[in-house]
Design a protein around this ligand. Structure first.
Ligand SMILES: [Zn+2]
Length: 320
């Protein structure tokens, strides 16, 4: 719109009735949502932003496409934006992303979020997992000081699968065997006393020494004190890696010995379990996504939709 026309439009704004004002706000809402998300995407871009094609950081601004700054690579000539090469690149209805992310901060189910944001539930499902694709990698790089580690188990679920690897369970809920078996997914959680938390889905049944090497070792500061229960795998792991280790003998009724306890990680398990229960069973293959989501919400670590978008894009930007 020309400046003159816009000035006269603004001049008339004062004469609107209350109803007209709210109609006008409604009419502007999608565009404003779109502007906000584009701003958030551009804010999330890394410095320097690298070409999605060749990785070069030599580029110049090359117009704006659907509200998003476009760049052209000086080396390979390709054009790209801060979204190129990310799982969000081809998602539609961008104007509603921040609204959708807000519903994720409120831990809404796929259906509830779909309804509130006004998208189809298949779209809602797709969006959820595209955003979580990045979030599940947004974990602390290092735990330090004293870190508690413990496993929790959830019944494996093939929810949504077309082909079951086993006979279906009646009414979903109970394992066929008592205790921990191959019907359970193991979630290993390590949390240091500053609250930094790493969670891993290690596989079915009890955690093994090999899995501790794979998942736990990379995130433990060499000077850390690892605190666990008496599970043998931790003792062997600590011996092999020469990581300082203390354990509480829960079987003998010992819960706390000075700073040696696993109460923080167990409280975390409880919160995680009750949070997961609102989704009425999470398919095993999506568990890592949900752990990433949970970590975003942990202690309201991320409270704004823009920040959640930022976290979802971070990993893909780091790979470029
Ligand atoms: Zn390039």
């Amino acid at each position: 719109m020309r400046a003159e026309g816009f000035r006269s439009l603004l001049g008339q704004a004062g004469a609107l009735t209350r109803q007209q004002r709210s109609q006008l706000i409604e009419a502007l809402r999608p565009a404003v949502g779109h502007d906000q998300v584009c701003e958030a995407i551009d804010d999330a871009r890394p410095a320097p932003l690298c070409c999605a094609g060749c990785g070069s950081s030599r580029h110049y601004r090359h117009g704006i496409v659907r509200g998003l700054q476009r760049y052209r690579c000086r080396d390979c000539g390709r054009t790209f934006s801060a979204l190129s090469g990310t799982p969000l690149a081809r998602l539609r209805h961008r104007a509603r992303w921040l609204d959708y992310l807000k519903e994720m901060l409120d831990s809404r189910s796929v259906r509830a979020a779909a309804k509130l944001v006004g998208v189809h539930r298949n779209t809602s499902f797709r969006w959820r997992h595209r955003f979580l694709d990045g979030l599940r990698h947004d974990q602390p790089e290092r735990l330090a000081g004293i870190a508690e580690a413990d496993e929790m188990f959830v019944l494996e679920s093939q929810k949504g699968s077309r082909r079951l690897e086993r006979p279906p369970r009646k009414r979903g809920g109970v394992a066929h065997h008592r205790g921990i078996s191959h019907q359970h997914d193991c979630i290993l959680v390590a949390r240091d006393r500053s609250g930094l938390t790493c969670s891993f889905v290690t596989g079915r049944a009890a955690v093994t020494v090999k899995q501790l090497h794979r998942h736990l070792l990379p995130v433990l500061d060499p000077d850390i004190l690892l605190v666990t229960d008496g599970h043998r795998a931790y003792r062997i792991f600590a011996r092999e890696t020469r990581i300082a280790h203390a354990f509480v003998n829960l079987r003998a009724g010992e819960r706390v010995r000075g700073a040696v306890h696993v109460q923080n990680v167990n409280a975390h398990h409880q919160r995680l379990r009750s949070w997961l229960s609102r989704f009425h069973g999470v398919a095993s293959r999506y568990l890592p996504n949900y752990l990433g989501w949970r970590w975003a919400l942990d202690g309201e670590r991320i409270a704004a939709p823009e920040r959640l978008l930022h976290a979802a894009l971070k990993r893909f930007h780091m790979q470029r």
